[in-house]
Design a protein around this ligand. Structure first.
Ligand code: 2GW
Ligand code: MN
Length: 297
């Protein structure tokens, strides 16, 4: 009641604290030091981006790996949600890369969205499944994608679209801010710090920590990215090394030292599965809940 609000000092303090959080939390950078836009809700006009790409007839691809247990666990919700929220109104192709093509669920897709299933080798170590995407992408996906799509996103499968993920995200080389790390100081970023590793990234050379769950761009840019990352992964292997966050460490080194992204996606485009501040944001995709113990055994 009104008396509680006006009389209780604790409640008043709480309210000013909430107003403080509200006023400072959404104040985020919208452009990187080298001029790349950082796409947050409110920084773009969805209608204008759509009109432009619709007129051009832009075709957008997603590649998603679903190997072993991850197929039955995550693929169906990923596809169903992409069908609903990914680039509505534009032509799209989803490349599912799997070791079990016959187990890919059949989903009824909107007109203009096609599914292409590609077979990859089954690998035993999960680190290999994740890292060898840098080998399978250029070998299996890019040869088709370069004929079929204008832009391609390479995505983890353990996530679901929950809001409109539109053409404001398209660019030559697109990277995703890691939603778990972006509010923190650079010293918390998990770049590889062993100078013997090809993924070694000195803190002072890097700006952001990117999430390997989403990266994208045009095929020539992605060819450079995957070949550089794969080279690093294989070089480490020959020395008996493995980077702390596997392919993600190599991706971060590449995007910090070799090619700066031309567009950066805010954490709204790959939000954590839990978060207290969710009500302040307009997330378009979220991580699936996962049981690490069960999935990594
Ligand atoms: C991965 C880890 C443990 C057990 C299984 C797997 C696994 C991954 C699998 O059995 N089958 C499979 O298809 N994958 C694919 O690799 C799938 O597309 C999955 O989304 C992707 C990355 O594995 P994930 O999602 O478990 O890794 P995260 O969510 O902890 O992600 C970050 O770190 C990884 C490296 O450790 C990658 O860089 C990933 O891109 C990052 O998001
Ligand atoms: Mn993942």
């Amino acid at each position: 009641s009104i008396t509680i609000w006006s009389l209780s000092p604790q409640r008043n303090a709480m309210r000013s604290y909430c107003c403080f959080l509200l006023s400072c939390y959404p104040d985020v950078p919208t452009v990187s030091p080298w001029g790349a836009p950082i796409v947050w809700e409110g920084t773009f006009d969805p209608e204008e981006d759509f009109r432009l790409h619709h007129e051009r007839g832009t075709v957008v691809g997603i590649s998603v790996f679903a190997v072993g247990k991850y197929l039955s666990q995550y693929l169906l919700p990923f596809l169903v949600s992409a069908n609903q929220h990914f680039m509505p109104g534009l032509k799209c192709v989803i490349y599912v890369v799997t070791d079990q093509p016959s187990a890919v669920p059949s989903v009824s897709l909107r007109p203009g969205l096609t599914l292409v299933v590609l077979r990859c080798p089954s690998r035993t170590r999960w680190q290999e499944i994740s890292m060898m995407r840098m080998k399978d992408l250029p070998e299996l996906v890019f040869p088709l994608a370069k004929e079929q799509v204008d832009y391609l996103f390479c995505m983890d499968v353990d996530q679901v679209f929950i809001g409109r993920y539109g053409p404001e995200t398209l660019g030559d080389l697109v990277a995703q801010l890691h939603s778990g790390l972006y509010p923190w100081n650079k010293t918390y970023y998990t770049y590889e710090q062993d100078p013997r590793s090809a993924a070694f990234t000195p803190l002072e050379k890097a700006h952001y920590y990117y999430h390997a769950a989403v990266f994208g761009g045009t095929i020539p840019h992605l060819v450079n990215l995957t070949s550089s990352c794969l080279r690093g992964i294989l070089q480490d292997r020959s020395k008996g090394l493995e980077a702390v966050w596997h392919d993600e460490s190599h991706l971060n080194r590449y995007l910090a030292l070799e090619a700066l992204p031309s567009k950066i996606l805010s954490p709204e485009y790959c939000w954590m599965s839990w978060d207290w501040f969710l009500w302040l944001k307009k997330p378009k995709m979220r991580w699936a809940q996962k049981n690490y113990k069960n999935m990594r055994s």
